[in-house]
Design a protein around this ligand. Sequence first.
Ligand SMILES: [Zn+2]
Length: 193
Amino acid sequence: MPLTQEQSNQIKNQLLENLQFFPENQQELIKQKILSLSPNELEQFLKENKLVKQECIFCSILKGEIPSYKINEDENNIAILEINPLSRGHTLIIPKKHINKIPDSTRDFTQKVARQLAKLKPKQIRLKQNNILGHQIMEALPVYDEEPKERKKASATELKKIQKELIQKKSRGKAASLSKKEIKIPTLPERIP
Ligand SMILES: [Zn+2]
């Protein structure tokens, strides 16, 4: 659950207000650098430069400090709906341990979640790794007719509806299952744009 575009823009503006404290010949470069950061990169930038004291958002979710829409869970992982999804059913698979490497158990669990997401009848499901503040997670992104480009904040009503659809025991019809070989887990960390 990265920063929203709005939060990201606010933070960028705050950073840009401090440009005057940098040497004049570097100001333009720093400004361009800050403006070019995606919300994820910005979060990483803040962390690396120790500009924020931030608790890991995934650990907070696991502790129940931040409400989430859980669609699956096993002893080592949970799967929750992204609240700023790139597509309908965009899901985060979070290992319960704050670790920098995806364990095999999480890969297996991710396959299970991907098959669950097939209920939403996407054309394909993309799986990617993502690391935010040192907590390695998987993301499962259902892709429909259009290429997912933009994150949009989902309403609680919409998320609850998807959650209900996904946790129902029976899926209807054949079309609701993707074959296993269509689901590939990348080995290198990659970001969903
Ligand atoms: Zn964590």
